[in-house]
Ligand binder design. Sequence first.
Ligand code: PLP
Length: 399
Amino acid sequence: MNKQEIIAQGESVLLHTYNRFPMVLDHGDGMYLYETDGTKYLDFAAGIAVFAFGYNNKEYNDALKAQVDKLVHTSNLYYNEPSVHAAELFCKASGMERVFFTNSGAEAIEGALKLARKYYFNKHGVSDSNVIAMDHSFHGRTMGAVSVTGKQAYREPFEPLIGGVRFADFNNYDDVVSKVDAKTCAIIMETVQGEGGIYPADREFLQKIRKFCTANDIVLILDEIQCGMGRTGTMFAYQQYGIEPDILTSAKALGCGVPVGCFACKEAFAAMVPGDHGSTYGGNPLVCKAVETVFGLFEKTKLTDHVKEISGYLWDELEKVTADYEIVTAHRGLGLMQGLEFSVAAGPIVKETIANGCILISAGTNIIRFVPPLIVEKKHVDEMIGCLRKAIEKLLVNS
Ligand SMILES: Cc1ncc(COP(=O)(O)O)c(C=O)c1O
């Protein structure tokens, strides 16, 4: 099938939950993606903050190929070495003590919510606890994850969702605390809000929330599905805040392309027993070999040091763009998770930047987010900035 035929066929068989760009991606290499017809793109989206090491990393590919030939799946009724090793590496990197591997980020959120509720249930012997979540948050598309997602449009058509969720202003300590009562089992938030517009937690806010949760025995759940795994310059973003969560969720770059996520916790919060939770595929040998390899690559390449350095360059270049165009109204972020806010819709700018050969993605209606593979170099930043400036200038000429 040629490109147009694949697109037409896709439109007829795939459920229409995405407005897809008319691109048929075929293969990738490093920072670049290629369509079936050979069109080349610099990729500043990384499969939505997934491909930390870029495309076609030989060590990663070889490890997965070897595991395919050995054992792809067993079940969680038995042990397998990659899952034990991957869990050990995750604990070492995060400070957590117990891990449950899932098949996606949303499932990691489901597990984290269940774990917090079970912790409350064990403590109080009753199950009607509530959860405080943040406005403008995004935690995924399953029923539990949608229930704690702070965007009404994502929730409304699917109600009734799980009960007992209250929303508070992100970065507003008093508002969060005002929503808490004796039945609150958990406070959940992203350390850096992604989909909601690239808003990092304020240092003082997160530290005060941590203290409040400890003092009141409320579980603090940090969702680092997007901002974790090295993206902000440390393995996990909270490591820059001098705090730790009680429960942590991860996915995306955890497996760098294979479907794996996890929820992890401190021993004191490991409130589940056999029968409370499970997954057929979760943590199978193939995906855990990917997790193992990803941690090994982080160690070997010292990639977080590179992120710290290169993210400063990206910051400086985006500051220049902010200064040069009035339609850019704000620039914020942490590490290689940055965003530009526009006074106009971001969609047409993203579309034009793609036409110029660089893939960007939006976050909300008027924000462009920059979440490239972590191996990005200065020359790639320069190339992206060129494509972006050209797109903005075309928009200004035509408006
Ligand atoms: C912060 C955050 N949490 C949860 C999710 C859901 O992850 P998944 O799409 O793997 O279910 C996402 C996905 O974008 C996310 O950014």
